[in-house]
Write a protein that binds this ligand. Structure first.
Ligand SMILES: [Cu+2]
Length: 113
């Protein structure tokens, strides 16, 4: 009984290493945030898209789409956030809503086709 328990515990430990990441959804677009910029600044994607905000900066950043009120990605330093959204074709502006960040350069162009 004790041996079985140990064996199960070891298997669980092994299976947890490197196998617990969710595969990236198709069409994933990653935007990296630093102080005070996004990279890339011109992004092309499709009408069904998944955006990922990766914060490689030292302070909190978010990512919003101008004119789209029900979408935002928020990430603390060294963290990331992912969200899917359906957009009509067109050009959109991505920006960070933290006070002063957009003005400092945290803005990007999203081209949906
Ligand atoms: Cu910011």
């Amino acid at each position: 009984m004790v041996l079985v328990g140990v064996a199960v515990a070891v298997l669980l430990a092994i299976s947890g290493v490197g196998w617990n990441t969710t595969p990236d959804p198709p069409g994933l677009v990653t935007v990296t945030a630093t102080e005070f910029a996004y990279s890339p600044t011109r992004i092309g994607t499709t009408t069904n898209t998944t955006l990922r905000l990766r914060n490689e900066g030292a302070v909190y950043h978010d990512l919003r789409i101008e004119g789209i009120d029900d979408f935002s990605l928020e990430a603390l330093p060294d963290e990331q956030a992912t969200g899917s959204i359906e957009l009509e074709s067109g050009n959109y502006v991505l920006f960070c809503s933290v006070s002063g960040h957009r003005e400092a350069g945290m803005v990007a162009e999203l081209q949906v086709s």
